[in-house]
Write a protein that binds this ligand. Structure first.
Ligand SMILES: *Cc1c(COP(=O)(O)O)cnc(C)c1O
Length: 388
């Protein structure tokens, strides 16, 4: 859709997520500068952290990303169905996943376990093509990679499948446990273990195209861990994975997502009026209350009850009382607000609005969760999308 058509669609909605695709392009350019000679794999799992899979992926590719990474095969297949031809890696599968579809669509499969390697090899024989596999080693996160003696066993099993032509090992990768604390000793220790795992693959004779371990935090703070490729997610969307070290502006990132809604009902109430379910907020004086039409069904955390910050009429105000499924109330004092006025929950922060990081801090979570959980009930409005 054109930008204008998108804006009209959004104007009809009571609440919306606006995504600035030019911000994604810019953020990938910034990440590429940090990555030096390493390639960028933009991570677009989780509907591109809530920003919308296909438009975000295309913007990341415009920004110079060479690869796209997702957690689930269905996400990779959705990209192929949309006509995205860039190299793709998917890395989280349970038995029963249709690896034949991955092979037919030239999607690299991240493999942490022998059962999965065997299933991919069986699918490759069925399809009659060589499967592209990237081995995932656990270097200390204790999550989804091959751990301890399972790693050399996985390498040996992969070598047998390579020898019979069913698979090609195109990459090796791992994931940091604590990259947001760049001086934590595990950051160095995991790099050493990963370098050993890379050597194991090279000794086995695999024709590796990519070796990679860095998420957003490592890309921005630990450049020596870049190897051939970095794998940032959060920073692609302009949020800082290390808010204590530096917010988006310190890294020149631009938050891509803005969430806003239009005021429905306004009322003047006396001092002592309880507000929303349970009447947990009580007006401290005569004041104006506004009703904002988005709630936890839209991804507004219920934990934001009486603490979530918003911008209305150029002023910072706070959610009054409980966030409901479809709406919440804000005490705006004596601000002159009218039905239809825009309330911004979060955005870039450049116009005084709160950021996703502010919402994370107010609700005791991380900005990843704030943006990713914005529900698809909120229409996505894309700015900066080139005309089709
Ligand atoms: C989600 C994920 C990433 C991206 O992490 P960010 O912290 O968002 O940069 C990279 N690699 C793997 C394996 C992941 O699961």
């Amino acid at each position: 859709m054109t930008e204008q058509a998108n804006l009209l669609t959004g104007a009809a909605a009571t609440a919306r997520v606006t995504v600035d695709l030019d911000a994604i392009v810019h953020n990938v350019e910034v990440l590429q500068r940090h990555a030096g000679n390493a390639a960028v794999m933009a991570v677009v799992k989780g509907d591109a952290y809530g920003h919308g899979l296909v438009p975000s992926a295309r913007a990341a590719l415009r920004g110079g990303a060479h690869w796209l990474g997702v957690a689930q095969l269905q996400e990779a297949l959705a990209l192929r169905e949309a006509g995205v031809t860039a190299p793709l890696l998917t890395w989280l599968h349970a038995p029963g996943v249709d690896f034949a579809a991955a092979i037919r669509n030239r999607i690299d499969v991240g493999v942490p376990a022998i059962w999965e390697l065997d299933a991919v090899a069986a699918a490759a024989r069925e399809v009659g093509e060589t499967a592209r596999v990237q081995l995932k080693v656990d270097t200390g996160l204790a999550r989804n990679g091959a751990y301890g003696p399972d790693w050399p066993a996985l390498v040996d099993a992969a070598a047998r499948h390579v020898a019979d032509g069913t698979i090609s090992v195109t990459g090796v990768f791992t994931h940091f446990a604590f990259a947001d604390a760049p001086h934590h000793p595990t950051v160095q220790a995991q790099q050493v273990r990963f370098a050993d795992a890379v050597r194991d693959c090279e000794r086995a004779g695999f024709a590796l195209e990519v070796r990679h371990m860095s998420n957003s935090a490592a890309t921005l703070t630990t450049p020596q861990a870049a190897f051939d490729m970095v794998r940032p997610g959060l920073a692609v969307y302009g949020l800082s994975p290390v808010p204590d070290i530096g917010g988006p502006s310190r890294f020149d990132l631009i938050p891509a997502m803005t969430v806003s809604a239009n005021v429905t009902v306004i009322k003047r109430v006396p001092q002592g009026q309880g507000v929303s379910y349970g009447l947990t907020y009580v007006t401290p004086r005569e004041t104006t209350l506004i009703d904002v039409p988005c709630g936890y069904a839209d991804g507004v955390p219920r934990a934001a009850s009486s603490v979530g910050p918003v911008l209305v009429g150029g002023q910072r105000c706070t959610v009054a009382g409980r966030v409901c499924m479809d709406q919440f109330v804000v005490d705006v004092g004596d601000l002159p607000v009218q039905a239809g006025d825009e309330v911004v929950l979060f955005g870039t922060g450049a116009h005084g609005e709160p950021t996703a990081q502010d919402w994370a801090e107010a609700t005791g979570t991380i900005s990843y969760e704030i943006v990713t959980r914005m529900s698809t009930r909120l229409p996505r409005i894309y700015l900066g999308e080139p005309d089709a």
